[in-house]
Ligand binder design. Structure first.
Ligand code: PSU
Ligand code: MN
Length: 303
C-alpha cells in the first residue's frame, strides 16, 4: 500500500478545498548548496502563503510520500548528502523499498496528481540536453508534462539545455508552452532566449481557464508556464553564454552523464559566477511561486 502523509497545513487546505501549490525537492537536495537551499525553500513556501495559497513541498522519506514537509523534515533533507533524485522511472521503487528521495519535476507532478493538487512551482524544467543527438539525454520532465494534468510554473527551460530542441519536443508532445507577460520565451537566468513563445498570457485567470478547458475537453497532460525572471535579478544571456560553454565542456571531459549532468552544471555555473547564478535562481523561484499561487487561487475561485 502506498503511504501518503499530508502536513497539517496541507491537510487543512486539502480538506477545505483551499488552493494548494506543490513544490519540488530536487531543487533543495541537488540544485542549491546548504544552507541557502533550506532558506530558499522556506521563503518560497512563505511566498505561496502570502499570496493566499498553501504550499506542499513533496519528498519521499523512509518510503512515505510526504505532501508538505515540517520545518524539521525540510532541514534534514537540505543537509542530507545521499538522497536519491527521483523521476518517473524510480519513484515507485523508492516508495516500495522504504527509501528516501527528492522529487524532480516529473515525480512532483505525479505526486501532485495523487494529492489532488493541480499547480506546481519550480525553477526550471529539465529538457533536451546539448548533444542529445548522440547522448539521447532528454529529461523525463517533458514526457510527464504530456501525460499528467498539472500546470507547472518555471522560468523556462534551463539555459544549460538545448532550448530550441526542448521546445520542439514539447510541441511534438502537445504541451502548451505559455510565456507569461511577454512574446518571447525566457531562458531561466535571463528574460530573453531569442525564441518566440508559442502562446502568451498576461493573467493568472487566463492560465487557470486554459487549464480548466483542457480538463473539460479531456486532453491529458499539463501546461508549462514560462515566467520570466524579474528584470533586476537577471543575468544577461551574453554574460552567461561563455560560462555555460565552459561548464558543458568540463562535464564532457570529466565524463559526467545521466542524473549527474544537471546538478554538475548548476554547481559549476554557481562557482564560475561567484554565486550570482544562485541569487538569480532564488529570485526566479520566488517569482514562480507567486504566480503559481495566483493560478491556484483562480482555479479554486472558479470551481
Ligand atoms: N530547477 C532548478 N534546479 C534544479 C532542477 C530544476 O532551478 O535542480 C531539477 C528539477 O528537479 C528537474 C531536474 O526536474 O533538475 C531535471 O533533471 P534531469 O535533467 O536529470 O531530468
Ligand atoms: Mn537526463
Amino acid at each position: 500500500m502506498m503511504k501518503m502523509i499530508f502536513s497539517p497545513e496541507a491537510k487543512h487546505a486539502h480538506v477545505n478545498n483551499r488552493p494548494l501549490v506543490a513544490l519540488e525537492s530536487t531543487i533543495i537536495t541537488h540544485g542549491m548548496p546548504y544552507p541557502q537551499n533550506v532558506e530558499t525553500a522556506r521563503r518560497v513556501e512563505n511566498m505561496v502563503r502570502d499570496t493566499g495559497a498553501t504550499p506542499a513541498t513533496i519528498a519521499v522519506l523512509d518510503g512515505v510520500l510526504h505532501v508538505g514537509l515540517t520545518d524539521e523534515q525540510l532541514d534534514t533533507l537540505g543537509q542530507a548528502k545521499t538522497v536519491a533524485k527521483l523521476s518517473r522511472a524510480d519513484f515507485a521503487a523508492c516508495l516500495a523499498t522504504g527509501g528516501t528521495g527528492a522529487t524532480t519535476v516529473a515525480a512532483t507532478m505525479i505526486a501532485a496528481r495523487l494529492a489532488g493538487i493541480s499547480v506546481f512551482a519550480t525553477g526550471g524544467i529539465g529538457g533536451v540536453h546539448m548533444g542529445a543527438e548522440t547522448t539521447f539525454d532528454i529529461s523525463a520532465d517533458l514526457q510527464e508534462l504530456a501525460q499528467t494534468p498539472v500546470t507547472v510554473v518555471a522560468a523556462g527551460a534551463k539555459a544549460i539545455l538545448d532550448m530550441p530542441k526542448t521546445y520542439e519536443v514539447l510541441e511534438t508532445l502537445g504541451v502548451p508552452v505559455i510565456a507569461f507577460g511577454q512574446d518571447e520565451l525566457p531562458a531561466f537566468w535571463s528574460r530573453s532566449s531569442g525564441l518566440s513563445a508559442p502562446l502568451r498570457m498576461d493573467t493568472a485567470k487566463d492560465i487557470a481557464a486554459a487549464m480548466a478547458m483542457r480538463a473539460e475537453m479531456k486532453i491529458p497532460g499539463g501546461q508549462l508556464i514560462a515566467n520570466p525572471i524579474p528584470v533586476e535579478d537577471e543575468i544577461p544571456a551574453d554574460v552567461l553564454a561563455p560560462i555555460i560553454a565552459q561548464a558543458l565542456a568540463e562535464a564532457e571531459t570529466q565524463g559526467i552523464t545521466a542524473k549527474q549532468v544537471t546538478p554538475f552544471l548548476l554547481n559549476r555555473i554557481y562557482e564560475l559566477t561567484e554565486g550570482k547564478s544562485l541569487t538569480s535562481n532564488i529570485a526566479l523561484v520566488l517569482n514562480n511561486a507567486r504566480l503559481a499561487a495566483q493560478i491556484a487561487c483562480e482555479l479554486a475561485s472558479a470551481t
